[in-house]
Write a protein that binds this ligand. Structure first.
Ligand code: ADP
Ligand code: MG
Length: 321
């Protein structure tokens, strides 16, 4: 099996936590305990590739930059993405390595600083289309102050009512290409457990002079993870989040957890709007793209169900058909 695991935010920081170093390492250790077991069970031809989100971490880093801005210049969003890739990559690498050592498995683990190319023509870059909220919730006054300094920023009201209901939104363009694809493939083929495309990858565009340049954007980590799955030739895509199964009529009367469903069933449910944009929607979309590309199966489940889900016993299993 060639397995691509996409880790959700809760694998690194639980919603109710502050995000201290210790808390994050404890979560990463738990995550690594499950994944190291997967590696231990693997045969010589099997491979594991890991990707992860960075929402809470990049949000906190943006706040740190903002608080300290009178003394230290705040960094652009692509840099913050790179910083959190390094941060989370290190934490997962350290914990995976330790768990594998404990199991007596000599498998190298490496996190790569990984760029993902997006298109300047992506609709998310046009006008007010940007859809991904980043950073602090602001009052209208605070929002206007920032806007005066950064007229290029787009702000949206993300909650009804007054008070801190405004947030900056940035484009969330579709991933077009994993820039480090060839190098990652070589590492994976050589038997390395690779952590890549963290936080959806560092967003870059190709300029007319043939050079890549970072842009202020956030790529969805599940969609970017799917691209990575294609790059490494994965047969299984495992999306790990905080729910055991995707549901129909989520949070409504008639809510129903999904077990094994076909690609065409999943497409129908997606069209009917059962999976919310920005959370379950991109996960199902990523699974469907993977299956359309030629994947064997795609699974959505929670971290603690990894082994059972890989055995086909739980999770939402998306199969051909
Ligand atoms: P992650 O950090 O793992 O990407 P998200 O919060 O983005 O987590 O996505 C998981 C969340 O998606 C669940 O906690 C749930 O609130 C939400 N969700 C939206 N639609 C559905 C659905 N149809 N079935 C289950 N969960 C859903
Ligand atoms: Mg998410």
């Amino acid at each position: 099996m060639k397995l691509l695991v996409a880790l959700g935010g809760n694998a690194i920081k639980q919603a109710n936590e502050k995000g201290t170093t210790l808390e994050q390492f404890i979560n990463c250790k738990k995550t690594a305990t499950f994944l190291a077991k997967v590696v231990k069970k693997m045969g010589p031809q099997d491979r594991l590739v890991i990707t992860h989100g960075n929402g809470p971490q990049v949000g906190n880093l943006a706040v740190q930059n903002d608080v300290a801005k009178e003394n230290i210049p705040p960094q652009d969003l692509d840099i913050l993405g790179a910083m959190t890739q390094g941060q989370i990559g290190y934490m997962l690498q350290q914990m995976m390595d330790n768990q594998l050592r404990d199991l007596g498995a000599k498998v190298p683990v490496i996190a790569v600083v990984n760029r993902v190319r997006v298109s300047r023509d992506d609709p998310e870059f046009r006008g007010e289309n940007a859809s991904k909220p980043v950073g602090n919730f602001l009052t209208e006054d605070e929002m206007k102050q920032v806007k005066a300094k950064h007229p290029e920023y787009i702000f949206k009201k993300v909650k009804p009512g007054d008070g801190k209901v405004w947030r900056r939104v940035v484009p969330s363009p579709d991933p077009a290409e994993n820039v480090e694809a060839d190098a990652i493939k070589k590492l994976v083929d050589a038997g390395v457990v690779v952590i890549a495309s963290g936080g959806g990858g560092i967003p870059v565009v190709l300029d007319p002079d043939g050079h890549l340049r970072g842009v202020e954007a956030v790529i969805d980590k599940d969609l970017a993870g799917e691209k990575l799955a294609e790059v490494v030739g994965a047969d299984t895509l495992l999306v790990l989040t905080d729910v055991e199964k995707a549901k129909l009529n989520f949070g409504k009367p008639g809510e129903k957890a999904l077990d094994k469903i076909t690609v065409s069933e999943a497409k129908k449910y997606l069209q009917e709007g059962h999976f919310l944009a920005g959370s379950m929607g991109p996960k199902v979309k990523a699974c469907l793209r993977f299956m359309d590309w030629g994947g064997e199966r795609a699974i959505i489940t929670s971290l603690d169900k990894v082994i059972e889900a890989l055995d086909g016993k739980t999770g939402t299993q998306i199969v051909k058909g």
